[in-house]
Design a protein around this ligand. Structure first.
Ligand code: ZN
Ligand code: ZN
Length: 356
């Protein structure tokens, strides 16, 4: 599976071109190994993974998409490989490289043209966007673990508990169930804090009448899950119910229009129109969704500016929200995979308003 990835990029490169990869998520995607350092080097002739002593032994065992090489004098080794493979032009990750790394690259490879053009990187990202059956299976497992955590925490939320305590319990349960870590720092925000789309858990205690928004996700084999649910405690006001119903309607309408061939920004607009037409214009200040995979935020996005045409196998979140400053907020987030005829929802947790 991973070998096909390096092969596809090597086929994409012209005879005298090479691609140097050092961004961690790309390195993981092309090597299958999570490391804090290392370089994947692709030429039309071969794929190489240069890695230091800390990872070398393990890399020899697990990496089969690249020739594993112990990196000792990295610039010299890369120069030699490029010369041997007849390379003249070197592409790099210009979305993520720092200015300093760029000048080092030029300084270290004086005999080659360093091409400041993202065509190979864009190709890699378009590959990453479309998940294989094997990747979808892993992502479904991660999402299942996330669903299970939601079911667990519903039985544990009580008036008087702090946001921090709830977040910690969720993380503990999820890791015990087999999650490799957390996809991101969990968001658990309640009452007036729930109007903060990316608030962090505080010592605020849960009170009757609160909305609690929980945004969380597991990690399996390096792939992330992502999900948000908003639940109520004790009772809800008419306004709370109306806001919740509007967010849910926005999500359901957007979901209905998702299928291969649809355009990302059109899906965003469908949800945004539902929210605006209900009188909450300006209260949904983020994109409707983002792609998910080996990173929690990938492209394309369901945003007002993204013209990407959906392809079968893309995995994106659908997460409309309404945030009323100093009052409360609601967000509902599922992760779906795009199919030719519609979508498949990886998130199975219920979405009707739960009042604990
Ligand atoms: Zn989320
Ligand atoms: Zn998300």
């Amino acid at each position: 599976m991973i070998k096909q990835r390096t092969k596809s990029i090597r086929d994409f490169l012209k005879n005298d071109e090479a691609f140097i990869v050092s961004y961690p998520a790309n390195r993981f995607y092309l090597s299958g190994m999570n490391t804090s350092a290392g370089t994947v080097l692709l030429t039309p002739k071969n794929a190489y993974f240069l890695v230091d002593f800390r990872y070398f032994e393990k890399a020899k065992r697990v990496v089969n998409s690249c020739n594993v090489i112990l990196s000792e004098k990295l610039p010299k080794q890369i120069n030699e490989i490029l010369k041997t493979d007849g390379v003249k032009k070197v592409y790099f990750e210009n979305r993520t490289i720092s200015l300093r790394e760029y000048s080092d690259l030029k300084g270290n490879l004086p005999d080659f043209e360093i091409v400041n053009d993202s065509k190979v990187e864009d190709f890699l990202h378009s590959m990453r966007a479309v998940k294989s059956q094997a990747e979808l299976k892993i992502m479904e497992q991660a999402q299942k673990l996330t669903d299970d955590t939601f079911e667990y925490i519903l039985n544990s939320i009580r008036v008087g508990k702090t946001e921090k305590a709830i977040a910690l319990e969720m993380e503990f349960y999820m890791r015990r169930l087999g999650s490799e870590g957390v996809a991101f720092d969990f968001i658990v925000v309640s009452g007036e804090n729930s109007s903060l789309p990316h608030g962090t858990p505080t010592d605020r205690t849960i009170k009757k009448g609160d909305f609690i928004t929980m945004d969380f996700g597991a990690v399996i084999d390096g792939y992330n899950a992502d999900m948000t649910r908003t639940v109520a405690v004790g009772n809800v006001s008419e306004k709370q119910q109306f806001v919740y119903d509007t967010v849910l309607k926005a999500q359901l309408c957007a979901l209905e229009s998702i299928k291969a061939g649809a355009v990302c920004k059109d899906i965003d607009k469908i949800a945004r129109d539902v929210i605006d037409n209900a009188g909450f214009s300006g209260c949904f200040g983020h994109a409707l969704g983002h792609s998910v995979g080996v990173e929690i935020h990938e492209s394309p996005n369901f945003s007002p500016r993204d013209n990407t045409v959906l392809k079968s196998g893309m995995v994106l979140s659908v997460e409309p929200g309404i945030y009323l400053e100093n009052e409360f907020g609601v967000r509902i987030e599922d992760v779906i995979s795009v199919t030719d005829s519609g979508y498949y929802n990886l998130t199975k947790s219920p979405k009707e308003l739960i009042i604990l």
